[in-house]
Design a protein around this ligand. Structure first.
Ligand code: 13P
Ligand code: SF4
Length: 345
């Protein structure tokens, strides 16, 4: 099927109406005739190809609520990728997430809808940089955020996500570690542990734009505001936050606020993270009011329904990793997954 044949026919309408009903709190009805033909075609091709769509929490609602099979943070997507029995994984997120999926399940075809969906953190460091750090700090373990290339992971002892960084740094039992590449996540981890942290100067171009002064200004208007921040935010933001955690942790914390709402309080939540995540969470929790300072991740936003359809039609763009790099990078990711499974069980 080619994109030009797509039309909002009565058959497409009938097939997609139950899907729209899941998403109607967030997707305007007037937009559905544009999305629906893609949604129908993508869902049909997923069945034909035995494909699964993994979508990060920052994907737009028309991906998150209508074609994604699994949604979550980086850790959840890596774990689900490792155990899927689908033949094809379409990763709607950014490039490092797709590489991670390929590392943990190398026998699968892993596709990304847009090869240019990168990440400022992943771009901030190379494998050669890590080798130099090892020379400078011999014997010090290298702990690497998953927001990095496979080359960087291959030079690392263990990977972490924002959901398990503190726990894994402590579990290593070393007096100090090199923590790469997010300076602010490194500072957050340092604030939670006695382990000495040697940091790099990488930043997330989305979260570095939030400031503690923003929060103070919002709180002047509403002192009861509940502030939830991602640990990629600068320290002055985290100092003002009521909760700091991964995107999945943030969703769960909003869920706890929604439970308060059930007891006749209507909480107001300030989400210091990417715009679409705030849209997706707001659609899910009706009893909570949201303040949503909106910083877009331009990389996450490269994924669109037409590109996902193109990806499934053409089987582009396939993620491949040099086997020598992949073997070493896989060890660092698997070690992270083992810690996380042990903590969960
Ligand atoms: P999470 O693992 O918390 O979803 O974060 C990934 C990310 O890229 C946030 O900017
Ligand atoms: Fe990278 Fe920041 Fe975008 Fe996450 S939000 S993918 S850390 S640039």
């Amino acid at each position: 099927m080619s994109v030009t044949e797509l039309a909002y026919t009565s058959a497409v309408e009938a097939e997609t109406t139950p899907i729209f009903e899941r998403a109607e709190r967030i997707i305007p009805r007037v937009e559905w005739p544009i999305h629906a033909p893609y949604v129908a075609a993508i869902n049909r091709l997923k069945r034909e190809r035995n494909a699964v769509i993994l979508a990060h929490n920052y994907q737009v609602p028309e991906i998150f609520y209508t074609v994604a099979d699994i949604v979550g943070d980086s850790l959840a997507l890596a774990m689900q990728a490792s155990k899927t029995d689908a033949d094809v994984i379409v990763l709607c997120g950014v490039h490092f997430m797709a590489e991670t999926a390929k590392l943990v399940n190398p026998g699968k075809t892993v596709l990304v809808p847009d090869l240019l969906a990168g990440c400022s953190l992943a771009d901030s460091i190379t494998g050669a940089d890590v080798r130099l750090l090892r020379e400078r700090y011999p014997g010090v373990p290298v702990v690497t955020y998953v927001n990095t290339s496979a080359d960087v992971k291959a030079e690392s002892d263990v990977c972490v996500t924002s959901g398990n960084a503190v726990q894994i740094v402590e579990a290593l039992g070393a007096p100090r570690v090199i923590f790469l590449p997010d300076e602010y996540l490194a500072k957050y981890v340092a604030s939670k542990t006695q382990v000495e942290i040697i940091a790099w100067k990488g930043h997330c171009e989305v979260h570095e734009r939030f400031t503690g002064a923003d929060i103070i200004a919002y709180r002047e208007d509403d002192p009861s505001l509940v502030v939830i921040a991602h640990p990629e935010c600068p320290p002055d933001v985290l100092a003002e936050a009521d909760y700091v955690g991964s995107t999945q942790g943030m969703v769960e914390y909003v869920g706890e606020q929604a439970a308060r709402a059930a007891r006749d309080i209507r909480p107001r939540v300030l989400l210091m993270t990417e715009c679409s995540m705030a849209d997706n969470v707001a659609a899910r929790y009706q009893g909570v009011d949201f303040v949503r300072p909106c910083n877009l991740c331009p990389h996450m936003k490269r994924n669109t329904l037409p590109k996902i359809l193109h990806s499934l039609e053409t089987m582009e763009y396939e993620i491949t990793i040099d086997p020598l790099v992949a073997d070493r990078a896989r060890r660092a990711v698997e070690r992270m997954l083992e810690y996380s499974r042990a903590a969960r069980d």
